[in-house]
Design a protein around this ligand. Structure first.
Ligand SMILES: *Cc1c(COP(=O)(O)O)cnc(C)c1O
Length: 426
């Protein structure tokens, strides 16, 4: 049976049925631009702008009093935003805190939970993770006096794009202390089976951490049910908190109360912090893993953004996201056949995050040609084009049009005008 041909009409019909169509006008979008890069930096919403302006207003009118008396008191902001993020994670409010960045939070949680002992000294990761995560793992090993060449085990990929859960599980030996993996691989968009991996690791006595950079705000999580020990994420990608927006971390309640590996005065119990004692009385919540003064102005936009997620419901976001990436994939087969593209994103819904990735030998040139046509893709050297149709602000029609522009660039060979090299930021 052949599938019916996908047309602009097909996409328009999907838009008519879209339960999230009202959310687009909550964002600053540009009718002349096709934004497919929300997995690197999400767009600004009017709510996020409002919550940032509100914090500025608190500063303007309350000065130091803004810590406790403003509209959104800064002293409690990280805890409050953590609690508001918890439903996106399947977590309890006290297990989540808004703080730091992925990399600094990883350092904090590795300093707290990586406890090499006896023969159990190694860290298990993969060879496809984002470099910053690997740098953090290596420097943590070195801080413990260990040689990363020997103590960091990176699971290999068969095809350079995806990982096999079975291969990961095979590496879970008795000398592994801790496992760190991405939920969704940043390059291929593969979604790992977090529950299965966590269960297998726990059977071997291994502590499990996940980096949710490419899944938070794109799909629901059940961290508590899955038993994940800790997690980190950023909010400037699918959570649309703005450039350098505050990150977050999760610590499973069974570990709450653990002494923070990297302590600071914001690790304190809130009612003890201003005792100014030299013996830290650390919080019994995920708040204990904060260090210094929160970056209020890089945190404030998150409030408005989280309100949108609360209204939209992450299940609806996931449902639309999958339908949009499915449409993209179908259009690759229908329109881009024979043009040199290879899909490296898993085709099964349950193995796919929020973006799709196409490999092409001329990927850098193609991305430049797309930008010239007002399509914003994202390029990952040496040959990957990532396209993220974000559920809250992208229409099915836009997905259709982007794929037709891509086809035109290929058929007319306009990409050949551009050098096949990456720019400084790609
Ligand atoms: C985006 C991303 C990062 C970035 O880390 P920051 O500390 O927020 O700069 C790290 N890891 C992964 C997997 C990412 O996707």
């Amino acid at each position: 049976m052949t599938k019916p041909k996908i047309t602009l009409e097909t996409a328009a019909k999907l838009d008519q049925k879209d339960v999230l169509h009202n959310f687009k006008k909550e964002f600053y979008t540009d009718d002349n631009r096709f934004y497919m890069d929300g997995n690197s930096l999400g767009l600004l919403s009017k709510r996020a702008e409002q919550s940032l302006l509100s914090s500025l207003e608190d500063w303007k009118t309350h000065a130091i009093g803004g810590w406790t008396d403003g509209k959104e008191p800064w002293f409690y902001m990280s805890e409050k935003f953590g609690a508001k993020t918890a439903p996106l994670l399947g977590a309890k409010p006290e297990e989540v805190i808004s703080t730091g960045s992925i990399t600094s939070n990883l350092h904090q949680l590795l300093s707290t939970f990586y406890r090499p002992e006896g023969q159990r000294t190694k860290i298990l990761a993969d060879e496809l993770n984002f470099p910053s995560d690997i740098y953090a793992l290596k420097s943590q090993l070195e801080l413990h006096g260990m040689d990363p060449d020997e103590h960091l085990i990176q699971v290999k990929s068969d095809n350079g794009a995806t990982l096999s859960e079975e291969d990961i599980i095979k590496e879970m030996r008795s000398d592994i202390a801790l496992l760190l993996l991405p939920s969704v691989l940043y390059r291929s968009g593969q979604l790992l089976d977090i529950e299965k991996i966590t269960k297998a690791a726990h059977e071997q006595g291994i502590m499990v951490g996940f980096d949710l950079a490419h899944s938070i705000g794109a799909l629901p999580h059940n961290l508590d049910d899955w038993g994940v020990d800790f997690a980190v994420w950023c909010t400037y990608k699918y959570l649309n908190s703005g450039p350098g927006g505050v990150g977050g971390l999760y610590v499973n309640e069974k570990h709450l109360g653990s002494k923070p590996g990297l302590a600071g005065w914001f690790s304190s119990k809130k009612d003890k912090q201003f005792d100014m004692a030299h013996d830290l009385n650390h919080a019994e919540t995920a708040g204990a893993y904060q260090m210094g003064t929160p970056h209020i102005l890089s945190s404030a936009p998150l409030l408005g953004s989280l309100d949108l997620f609360q209204e939209a419901d992450i299940k609806n976001v996931r449902c639309k996201s999958l339908q949009m990436t499915r449409l993209m994939l179908d259009l690759v087969y229908q329109e881009l056949d024979g043009l040199g593209f290879q899909i490296i994103t898993p085709l099964e819904d349950e193995r796919r995050g929020g973006h799709i990735s196409l490999v092409h030998s001329e990927a850098a040139s193609i991305c430049k040609a797309l930008k010239k046509e007002n399509v914003v893709p994202d390029f990952r050297a040496p040959d990957v084009i990532r396209l993220a149709p974000v559920a809250l602000y992208t229409t099915y029609k836009e997905v259709y049009e982007v794929m037709m522009i891509l086809k035109e660039i290929m058929v007319n060979e306009t990409y050949k005008k551009y050098k096949n090299e990456r720019d400084i930021i790609a």
